[in-house]
Ligand binder design. Sequence first.
Ligand SMILES: [Zn+2]
Length: 868
Amino acid sequence: MMDDTVYKLAIAGFMHDIGKFAERADMPISEEYINNNAGLYQPYYNNHFTHKHAIYTAAFIERYKEFLPKEFNKRDWGLEDSFINLAGMHHKPETPLQWIIAVADRVSSGFDRKGFEIYNQEIKTRDYLKTRLFPVLEGISLNDNWKQDLDSYKYRYELKELSPENIFPIKVKDIADKTENEAKLDYKVLFDDFVECLNRLWHKENIPIWFEHFENLFLIYTSFIPAATVGNIIPDVSLYDHSKITSAFASALYLYHKYKNNLVIEDIKNYEEKKFLIVSGDFYGIQDFIFSGGGSTGKASAKLLRGRSFMVSLLTELAADLLCRKIGIPSTSVVLNAAGRFTLIAHNTNNTIDCIKAAANMINKWLINNFYGQSSFGIAYIEASCEDFVSNNFKVFWEKLQGLVDEKRYKKFSFEDVPNVFENYLDSFNNTLKHPLCPFCGKRPAHKDAVIKISQEEIENACKICHDQIYVGEHLVKEDKIAIGTSDVDFRKDKLLEPLYGFYQLSFDVDGKLNELAKTGKLLKYWSINVKGGRLPKEITSKFINGYVPRYDDDDNYDDRLLAGKNKDKIKSEILDSIENKHPKTLLAISKKALNFTDKPEKFQGVEALGILKADIDDLGLIFSYGIKEELKTFSRIHTLSRQLNNFFTIYLPNLLANSDRYKDMYTVFAGGDELFLIGPWNKIIEFSHLFNSKFKRYVCGNPDVNLSAGISVHKPSEPIMTLAETSENALHTTKSNGKNGITIFQETVKWHELEKLNTIRENIQKWLEEGVINNAMLFRLNEIISMVKQEKEIQKVGYPIHIENMGCLKWRALLKYTVIRNVGGKLKGEEKNRVIDDVMALAKWLYDYSGGTKIPLWQIIYNIRKS
Ligand SMILES: [Zn+2]
């Protein structure tokens, strides 16, 4: 059982600055309350009380006590200090526990002891009500080109709730000037909403679950509130990030001093002692986990794919959760979590190390047993003191932490820790089944209970893991919420056959008996996994771990492209059934969406193929290690940065796809952290990559040091999913080795700004084609000429004397001219013909400027008009 005082400290740490929100929103507070309590909560400096937000924190807890778990007001909840004083006394701490919150607050802000004294005088900026959050991404630099002052920041976030739309910063010049009252009103609107939702939070009777829901609500409402608006501090860290990190430090500090049996102020104020363990976890083998093939059947492959990519996120969340549970810290102590990697803050004791080992063993034993070494979790830890988090020291510590994680990345999982896992492998096959080896993975033994319904008349026995992945993949698209419980929880309907890590059971359907389960402590999590209508769910925790999956809708009734090909009648009934049931689209259906309509209703042109877009952020490691100016580098700021990057992929992107008519047939296989894996109709994917990059650049305020690289590959829908993954990965790799900040399509790498120009070129050539100025034959001729241009460029680059046999390529200009004259403007004569020829000769410049890059527009056109 977890120590109640840990939660008390963690939540008080989380709520310590809630008074900033309340104060700026002008929450009613009586003169009498102020007169009675100012002396208690507010420091006295230069003849007046400072830090008014502290008294507001106390007043908030008092005023809304009915909205909070009743334990908060109970005398016997945890150790002696009242909850309200723990949260409210952080600028005037008196007891050891109050000092824990105060120190956690300072460490989270990166202050050393001296810096804090200055901070504690709280020189508020004149415009603190009007100050809006600065984008940390705008300030990133990889060449010491830092912003000199606050005025050099050109963007702000609006003071709104977190939503797919609001995560974009806005140019200062586009934001209307506000009076102080208007600025306050923004706060008030946000605050009133927050309080109303606070009252509606579920699971008040189960503090760990409630706290997770509360964190989510706080995230939604305070992500754009600047934590600090004093002095010269750059207000780019949100109240949410600051509160979260403070909470994590508070839990760890308390447990450290409790175990060391020195809960005394002098020791709590010690900055040199190594009180913390920073624990990192890294999911190895994600690619294999998601894409590995080998099964004898391709049935249910889309469900399997969805289930597996969701499982990667889920297993990461739960690995972090399991560590927290074993160590005895709340799940809010997980401070970084994106794309299969997490970091948490724990207390440095021998017991913690034993717990980490026990959890790591449990996690990896389960992974080895079920995945035979294909995937594992690298878990590493490092000691830290308060001093390590002081802004000027943090850079060094951060690099140590990264080094540790990277070292683990290349170290194979040690099998000595997990003996004899394959011992019973052969005995585990059930030879009475039609396929004793699971036909979906071709790896694990099939199980009699793992029945997969392939169609009305066909069933297959899968292994337990494939069964669970298919179960998850099927329900993800239908349900909005998941419940996670202990392995012995009473989920009556469908659930996993193989609880995750042998500990976590999962169900999509537990409505009605939740409260009962929460009271017994067997319900551990209740998460919402879908963003609906552009707003994030608020009553419970929302986890952005579900990508976007295209589903059939009514429009598909009128889309004959889906019927293209053989067996029209057979497909027709299947598709009608899918439309009616809003089934997810198959990869085959997605590839058909690449076809283009012609004048004749049932005639289409173009290639029926999938495009795979793989993209990630360039130099991410450098951005975290060197992108933030040394004296500004704090854990809270790193947290803000990591979360904001992740938001783009996990909150914005799925919503963009879901609400776009043009791009709704894309499928996010993976999106999170800094990377993306998208499947769609090949031509839409190429178009989309350009849009995606321009949105990203807007998101990072056009910062020239924060860029994306991407690679696109084009495939028949029947190719194995692993091939798709590898080919697109290679394309991305080509971009990376050609200077990054660009994209590789049809094996040609161009910069993003070039892609924009190439799009214009495509439009031009397309127009000539439609107007009959050029013909299809000319397109193939151009393709040959492009190879010559590339060769010429190669020769120019090398620079030494050229062999005569290699000089043929130099004739491309003449050949182009000849081709143009022969092919262009068929029926035209005289002046008019010459004018058109001159127009088309613009090609010479384009070919020279972009050489191989011109293949990108050319092949798009060729693939789009090919007879199907
Ligand atoms: Zn299987």
